[in-house]
Design a protein around this ligand. Structure first.
Ligand SMILES: Nc1nc2c(ncn2[C@@H]2O[C@H](COP(=O)(O)OP(=O)(O)OP(=O)(O)O)[C@@H](O)[C@H]2O)c(=O)[nH]1
Ligand SMILES: [Mg+2]
Length: 485
């Protein structure tokens, strides 16, 4: 056990009553959402041994936390330590004796184990849930911790509204601990995590250099993650705007409504699936950057209506063999003009209906809140060739890229708001609340619009990308700041 607390390292033991959220606090602080690494559970007594959780940067351990089993019999343990000491106030030697007597097992095994790192020299983070009434057993825990003489901080992990007990807790903690801080294991974000690490400086002066270095590394890493995220977003937007779906239609089928509808649904389905694939890949990367494994991305409604297998197969038989008619969905640099531009006048009506079908099918895909005030009513700009291969590109609506960006920003915010100490699964929906892109400064909007246009036309302006990258970094930072406020 002597290896728990090396003297040249700041080490903090997280202690407290069983089921107070000690492991959850550490999981959030250290961004571990995996129960195999830090077990967080509603079943009391889940942590039964001390667990060393190193904080390392560039392969060097700068700081260490120790998760511990909870106090299970604090009142009896307090009396036992008092008995060991005799008259007066016990100190560290009595606690050391108590640990030595019980570390092999027996009635105070939990207490002996949790006190082990403390007697070895670890600082104390005492986790309580101020929603619970302050009973004698808690006072016994505080008393034992005070007897160790180790520097100590109390952490209020408010599981539910603390309400009536909060003041009583704060008063009492104030007299037993050097510092009292709030840290909610289910809500704390980056700023709160950083604040907690910074307050360790106040209870462990001796390791200032390493603690400050850890803080610097944490901050640098955060900036780095934001940059990586901006890069992911850039790639995602470019790829999504360049998606093209191809389908085919017999010329004579243009006049058969059910076949038109079939090709519309088929094209829209392919298009939607590909955009979704691009987005999904991007979100998976963002989740990886922020170390989340329990977060899912909500599927866009892939239901493009009427794509029953049987019908689809029938369509494939019909669709495959004559010349080319290209419907290119390009967001033109010049003004859009006609939604459908097919050389043969006679076909216009039919193609118009096809467009309607595609738009309808895509509207289902980009459903509900995802299109706050945009909408695909502008349809798809299509131009014609002479064959029957249909190419469906990005919606003509110039808001399309902004809708994409807006949903990325909302999800980015949700990813950053997610605490790693939670163990429930979460599904991130596309759009939440107000538009975030509308708040961007005009110059940034113009820059992005220009680049979006080039991507939508299928010829992304790579020369602009360093600037676009910076614009996205700033935008992500604003989303974070807005959230913290
Ligand atoms: N709502 C809410 N629940 C929390 C919070 N922190 C912990 N919990 C829940 O409380 C339960 C116990 O959390 P743990 O972190 O396993 O508690 P512990 O103190 O490590 O428990 P033992 O290791 O068994 O002593 C789990 O179901 C957690 O999800 C919180 O901030 N809010
Ligand atoms: Mg635990």
């Amino acid at each position: 056990m002597s290896h728990l607390v090396p003297h040249d390292l700041p080490v903090f033991a997280v202690v407290g009553r069983i089921n107070m959220g000690k492991s959850a606090v550490l999981a959030t602080l250290l961004e571990v959402d995996d129960d195999k690494i830090i077990r967080v559970s509603a079943t009391p007594g889940e942590t039964t041994r001390c667990q060393v959780l190193p904080v390392a940067f560039h392969d060097k351990e700068l700081l260490r936390f120790i998760d511990t089993p909870g106090f299970s019999r604090p009142l009896d343990a307090m009396r036992a330590i008092q008995d060991l000491h005799g008259e007066g106030t016990p100190g560290l030697p009595a606690v050391q004796q108590f640990v030595a007597d019980h570390r092999q097992g027996g009635e105070f095994e939990d207490e002996a184990r949790l006190l082990e790192p403390v007697i070895q020299g670890a600082g104390i983070l005492y986790v309580i849930d101020p929603g619970k009434p302050l009973r004698d057993a808690f006072v016994a825990e505080m008393e034992i911790l005070r007897w160790t003489g180790r520097p100590r901080m109390a952490l209020l992990n408010e599981k539910e509204e603390a309400g009536e007990h909060l003041t009583e807790w704060k008063d009492r903690l104030g007299s037993y601990f050097n510092l009292v801080r709030t840290f909610n294991a289910h809500k704390a974000r980056f700023e709160e995590r950083k604040r907690l690490i910074r307050s360790l400086l106040e209870i462990d002066e001796g390791h200032r250099v390493l603690l400050e270095r850890a803080l610097r590394c944490i901050e640098e890493e955060w900036v780095q993650r934001r940059k990586e995220s901006a890069d992911v977003v850039l790639e995602m937007l470019r790829a999504a705007l360049m998606v093209r779906a191809e389908g085919r239609l017999e010329e004579e089928d243009v006049h058969l409504e059910h076949r038109r509808e079939r090709v519309a649904a088929d094209l829209a389905g392919k298009y939607a699936a590909e955009v979704q694939r691009v987005e999904r890949r991007g979100y998976e990367e963002l989740l990886q950057i922020y170390r989340h494994h329990l977060v899912e991305i909500e599927d866009r409604a892939a239901d493009t209506s009427g794509t029953e297998l049987e019908e689809e197969e029938r369509w494939k038989k019909w669709g495959l063999s004559r010349g080319q008619l290209t419907v290119a969905g390009a967001v033109a640099g010049a003004a859009g003009g006609a939604v459908v531009d097919v050389g043969t006048g006679g076909l216009t009506h039919g193609w118009g209906t096809l467009t309607g079908g595609v738009v309808g099918a895509l509207a289902t895909f980009w459903k509900g809140a995802d299109l706050p005030e945009f909408g695909l009513a502008g349809g798809l700009k299509m131009s014609s060739g002479s064959g029957r291969t249909l190419v469906l590109g990005p919606p003509k609506n110039e808001n399309f890229p902004w809708i994409l960006l807006d949903s990325v920003l909302h999800r980015y915010a949700a990813i950053l708001a997610r605490a790693h100490g939670r163990r429930d699964e979460e599904v991130l929906a596309a759009g939440r609340g107000e538009s975030l892109v509308r708040n961007l400064p005009r110059s940034r909007r113009n820059l992005l619009a220009k680049w979006f246009g080039s991507c939508a036309r299928g010829a992304p302006n790579r020369g602009m990308e360093p600037e676009v990258f910076e614009a996205l970094v700033e935008t992500l930072q604003e989303v974070e700041g807005r959230q913290a406020a």
